[in-house]
Design a protein around this ligand. Structure first.
Ligand code: FAD
Length: 351
């Protein structure tokens, strides 16, 4: 449907048309584009292993971890052409005019991308947020732009209109279980922002990292009270590597519970046996979090992989969401481990 009476978006809460089984919670992964050409083969091997878990979609960051419009586009294009995965392209408003953003959206749509994660993005560490003088101030404005571009394309081309009817555009947005410390906003302000994103045409939200199921449950309760009806997918980071958790805390402003770090820090990072034991403990704690959010009604889990398949797949397997991925002991490669004698692998405990 096109024209002035068309709804802001053609279907309610369109989710990407991935391969995930329909009788389980959704499973999805975040990847970032390779930082340099040397990292590309390793990332591709990770993609292939993650694909065995039959994710509903795989999201690709933009402007984070050194990624650019070009590297994001290259990875999204390769996922579309060479796999059966459904990629979600992240987009941000940072340093882009409305015309730049429109051109980027057109490029993605021309390549067959139908799913986006619309974000405002963050300024460089030493600056405060300033929209581009001819740009967009918030993620909700970017959601509106995505819907506008799609509507215009449908109005000008019957082929596009058919494509839109058969493969509706899906627009995801960010949500923040404890407020967005990086942007200096409280959970209440971010719930107001989430409602604005829903009104602009967002289909579902993915949360920032968090470490306790209560934060997620409270966000969902507050959002529902405010009138947010779209699904809110919990974003979960495998808690196997304390150095990574500390780095993520610096980047996001989300503190890692001291009790979690204490438990992970007792292991010697130079001892392969300790690293393997830490991996098992971190996986078990992650499984507990996944089970708690699912028990609390979460529609699925979105895993921040940091381009590593092992921790993400072990977490899924421990939670019974592993799909066709091979069993954990075939994947877990503790760093610097000496060649191990053939032994029965220790299964990842789930309680
Ligand atoms: P917005 O929703 O625009 O919010 C920005 C600020 O404005 C907030 O403080 C918000 O409270 C306030 N605000 C907006 N609208 C309203 C309103 N109507 N009422 C009250 N307050 C309002 N960054 C990247 O650079 N690249 C990525 O690929 C990337 N991927 C991410 C993926 C996920 C799942 C998440 C959770 C974050 C990601 N980020 C990424 C980080 C994100 O860009 C930042 O956290 C940014 O600070 C906020 O983005 P936003 O889309 O929530 O912005």
């Amino acid at each position: 449907m096109t024209g002035p009476d068309a709804p802001a978006h053609p279907t309610e809460h369109a989710v990407p048309d991935g391969l995930g089984a329909v009788d389980r919670p959704t499973v999805s992964f975040e990847l970032f584009p390779p930082r340099n050409p040397d990292a590309a083969p390793r990332l591709w091997s990770t993609v292939q292993r993650l694909a065995a878990a039959r994710p509903d979609f795989v999201s690709v960051t933009y402007g984070a971890s050194g990624s650019t419009r070009t590297t994001t586009r290259q990875l999204v294009r390769r996922l579309l052409r060479e796999t059966s995965l459904t990629p979600i392209a992240h987009l941000t408003c940072v340093a882009s005019s409305r015309a730049d953003l429109t051109a980027t959206i057109e490029e993605f749509l021309d390549e067959g991308v139908r799913s986006f994660l619309a974000l405002r993005g963050d300024p460089p560490a030493d600056r405060s947020w300033e929209p581009h003088p001819e740009g967009l101030p918030t993620a909700s404005a970017l959601v509106e732009l995505l819907r506008d571009v799609e509507r215009r394309r449908c109005a000008s081309s019957p082929a596009q209109a058919v494509r839109a009817a058969t493969r509706p555009l899906s627009v995801a947005v960010a949500a923040f279980p404890r407020g967005n410390a990086g942007a200096g906003s409280t959970r209440e302000q971010d719930v107001a922002a989430l409602l604005a994103k829903q009104r602009a045409g967002a289909d579902f939200a993915i949360t920032q990292v968090f470490y306790d199921a209560g934060s997620y449950a409270e966000l969902v309760a507050l959002a529902r009270d405010a009138g947010v009806t779209i699904p809110i997918l919990p974003g979960i980071i495998p808690t196997t590597d304390p150095a990574r958790l500390r780095r993520v805390a610096e980047l996001t402003g989300v503190p890692v519970p001291a009790s979690l770090l204490e438990r992970l820090d007792v292991f010697d990072p130079g001892d392969p046996a300790d690293v393997a034991a830490r991996h098992r403990l971190g996986t078990r704690l992650g499984v507990d979090l996944v089970n708690a959010v699912l028990d609390g009604g979460a529609p699925g889990v979105h895993l921040y992989t940091f381009n590593q398949h092992g921790p993400a797949l072990d977490l899924l397997e421990g939670a019974g969401l592993g799909g066709d991925a091979p069993s954990a002991h075939l994947r877990v490669d503790p760093p610097r481990a000496p060649a191990a004698p053939a032994t029965t692998p220790t299964p990842v405990p789930t309680t």
